[in-house]
Write a protein that binds this ligand. Sequence first.
Ligand SMILES: C[S@@+](CC[C@H](N)C(=O)[O-])C[C@H]1O[C@@H](n2cnc3c(N)ncnc32)[C@H](O)[C@@H]1O
Ligand code: SF4
Length: 459
Amino acid sequence: MKVDKNLLEKYNVPVPRYTSYPPANHFTDEFTQDEFKNIIIDSNSGKPEHIAVYIHIPFCEKICFYCGCNTCSLGSGSQIKPYIEALLKEIKMVSQHLDKSRKLTQIHFGGGTPNSIPSSYINQIIELIFEEFNVSPDAEIAMECHPAHLDKNYINDLINAGFNRISLGIQDLNLSVLKNVNRDPSAMPVQEIIDLFKSAKHKININLDFIYGLPGQNVESFSKTMNEAIALKPERLVTFSYAHVPWVKKNQLILEKKGLPSPEQKVDMFLTATSILNANGYKSLGLDHFVLEEDELYKAMTNNSLHRNFQGYATREKTGQVYAFGDSSITQLDNAYIQNVKEIDAYIDTVNAGNVPIDKGYKMKSDEIIIREVITQIMCNMKINWDELAIILNTDKSVIKNTVVIDNDILKEFEADKLLSFTENEIIVSDLGSLFIRNIAASLDPAYKNQINKYSKSV
Ligand SMILES: C[S@@+](CC[C@H](N)C(=O)[O-])C[C@H]1O[C@@H](n2cnc3c(N)ncnc32)[C@H](O)[C@@H]1O
Ligand code: SF4
């Protein structure tokens, strides 16, 4: 597939990433401690019924210049112990209000770098989760790992703790690209890391994360990285488009000086990577994921039941309301989002004073719950069928259509640009349109028009 330069210029405008709806920059309300408690109790009767737990470990040994996550430098490591103690207290504060009959189907450790702290702390957290929640036997227990900080002992500890999905943040296999962005390469050959995880008695799935759009990358170098990645046979592979938001993350300005690839080069890298991955049995999924045909996410996509939250894609069966723990983490419920305080010391002090460490949040109005579902559908499944949506939302399709923006002129323009086709009943996004899926989603979002300059560009 070749993408016309004019089309790129036309659609390369700031749009939300839609990892949540509304996007996190809309969060405002401060919940009182009592309101928070009531929201958590109410969530027991919300949908989905299952529970997902997110654990945020903010520490990193070194900060990568491109990083857009909430991280902080590990320094001497003196904050680790008080942080984990606070995190364990926070889990207990929240779990006491949750219905013990609800099944926990996902545990996700993210960061920062969860494997930058001693594995004994990870064990303490896992043990507490198993004590406090009704963990489903087929729950996904996942961790985002930096391969520079994995050794044989640490890998064994993660295996023994029951992890069954490991995402390795490779970013690029080209060492000069990693040097440009202040990132250490894997300590062991990546193949060896994978072999150690695969030697476990239980099945451990491996995801490899990459970023395209960094200084020093080009189509040739990124294609080489993709070919090397395929040889490692991961179950899933993600190619994140580098999100440049220097007004939020000042470190990213360093990358501007080193020379960022142009939008055309970025699209070329993505399309070339896609054709290499597709030719080697990896199916495109959503915005940036590649999975094998037998993957449950691929099956979910083919029957329109793929879902997404801040932690990534999930099947509708496994999706739970997300209860998040740790500084800056975001709890995602049926009718509310609640974000914890970002600053580590403030987080620890608040929990130690016996309070839940909430900072801001958002109470969803009924129309926003509808818009969120429409945007999730188009972002995950690349199509909208208004009748199917009416069943999912248990409402009339005319209510849904009147709640989102359906501007026939805009849809016709997308159609003329070959990004989608549409009828009264459905919108179907083309392969070309999937490159601009954030633009298509934004066109359906009534809140988008006033917020245009707060987001990274679509490509
Ligand atoms: C929390 S990190 C993963 C764990 C570990 N800290 C690491 O770097 O390997 C989450 C992932 O977000 C992605 N990421 C971070 N900053 C990004 C940015 N500005 N644009 C796109 N992806 C980004 C990276 O691929 C990274 O692996
Ligand atoms: S990419 Fe990972 S290791 Fe690098 S700063 Fe971000 S969270 Fe830390």
